[in-house]
Write a protein that binds this ligand. Structure first.
Ligand code: SF4
Ligand code: SF4
Length: 416
């Protein structure tokens, strides 16, 4: 952890109004400034690590809204994550962590097999029966919450449906490596299919290496640094075997992590070259606005946009998605109040800290409803899951879409 960053905090409080947990509690210990002060005190030996301290820190969503607001470059969210990670370093993984982080996530084929029973649970109508009879109430709350987030799964993961190489349509302008995130392939395959089609339509040959592994973000959440470094080494080495101009992802969480491979593996030039090539899909598409504009068909609908933390705060991307939405003829854009505030998903936070996650989500839902939009666009799988569930529970008939789904729909409408 960077001690220098800790002492850089001048306690100005400019981060406070941006911190979701502070806005809900008005407690200094639930604010970025308070969290930095607590960690500093521990680092200087003036405070013992107690359960109470860890509980305060665990309330942080690691949304990094504080980092965007801080004039001194202090990133309280990252400091809390590093602090937690350092404490966990060296400890053995639990059986469940071992199973998920080592046996499943690094093996996309196993992951695809493991999700089979969930697909069967939905296709056989068991999900409807279980929900109607309230059977989940008999299980721990965590199970009920996880099940509640489960959307209708596609028949097959996208990784199994696409070829490793998708040719460009028309004159080829370059080659893109596509990092297909695990959740995007397994759950939001339609969105990633739209991403590939948009890239091909713009003249890019798209290479999706089938052997790619999870980006390592779940390892960070569990404090599993060695698993993260293994993922970073593997993926950068894999993509270095292909001649690509850039590496695109349509998953905000993956993009933020992939861009950090350079710092995770500081002495590894392959990882640095990999990170330098990573772009969020909106960054690449926004470079082609003039090509896209005449090809898009009308979508006369009111749309609002939620900035996923990993995209807005993690990668500093805010204007590109809005620029792209503005290209769609007939689309009426409604800016969302507190658009870059966390939705409460935050990895597994909505499962592990349900009470605070629900408060943060409710604020987001109220802001969304105030826009009177018919479509909510966002580009991170965690946000898509959380907001779809929140809006459905609130009986708000609003469609939640990934940015590329909407753009591809408009592109198809523009076809002769
Ligand atoms: S973290 Fe940054 S914005 Fe917050 S109190 Fe410290 S210096 Fe000010
Ligand atoms: S990361 Fe988010 S929740 Fe954590 S201190 Fe910063 S603003 Fe608050």
């Amino acid at each position: 952890m960077e001690y220098l960053e800790l002492i850089n905090c001048m306690r100005c409080g400019m981060c406070l109004p941006h911190c979701p947990t502070y806005k809900e509690t008005f407690l200094e210990t639930a604010s970025p400034r308070g969290r930095v002060a607590l960690i500093r005190k521990v680092a200087e030996g003036g405070l013992d690590i107690s359960e109470r301290l860890l509980t305060f820190l665990s309330l942080c969503l690691d949304c990094q809204a504080c980092a965007s607001a801080c004039p001194c470059g202090v990133n309280a969210g990252e400091l809390v994550a590093d602090f937690t990670c350092e404490r966990r370093e060296g400890r053995a993984l639990t059986i469940m962590e071992e199973l998920i982080l080592r046996r499943l996530l690094p093996h996309p084929d196993r992951l695809e097999v493991a999700i089979g029973p969930l697909r069967a649970y939905q296709r056989l109508g068991l999900q409807k029966i279980v929900r109607r009879l309230g059977i989940l109430k008999m299980f721990p709350e965590k199970v009920e919450r996880m099940e509640g987030l489960l959307p209708t799964l596609p028949r097959r993961p996208l990784r199994q449906l696409i070829d490793e190489i998708t040719p460009a349509e028309g004159k080829e302008r370059g080659t893109v490596g596509f990092f297909l995130g695990c959740v995007m392939s397994l759950v939001f395959s339609q969105a990633s299919y739209a991403t590939i089609r948009l890239l091909a339509a713009l003249g890019y040959r798209v290479i999706t290496p089938k052997a790619q592994k999870c980006c390592g973000a779940p390892n960070v959440l569990a404090g599993d640094r060695s698993g993260l470094l293994e993922a970073a080494r593997f993926n950068s080495e894999l993509f270095s075997r292909y001649e690509v101009d850039c590496i695109v992802t349509d998953c905000g969480g993956c993009g933020a992590e992939l861009k950090k491979y350079r710092s995770h593996l500081a002495d590894n030039p392959t990882a640095a070259a990999f990170s330098d090539k990573v772009l969020d899909i909106s960054e690449l598409l926004a470079r082609h606005c003039e090509d896209l504009r005449p090809r898009l068909g009308a979508l006369p609908v009111k749309v609002t946009y939620h900035d996923a933390c990993h995209i807005a705060h993690g990668q500093g991307i805010r204007q590109e998605p809005r620029k792209l939405l503005a290209l769609i003829p007939g689309l009426e854009f409604r800016e969302l109040s507190e658009a870059d505030a966390c939705c409460g998903s935050a990895g597994t936070y909505n499962i592990t800290r349900p009470a605070m996650a629900d408060r943060v989500l409710q604020r987001k839902l109220d802001n969304i409803k105030a826009t009177s939009a018919a479509v909510l666009v966002t580009s991170n799988p965690g946000c898509l899951l959380q907001l779809r569930k929140g809006l459905a529970d609130d009986n708000v008939p609003l469609r939640v879409s990934h940015l590329t789904e909407l753009l591809y729909e408009s592109l198809r409408r523009g076809l002769p």
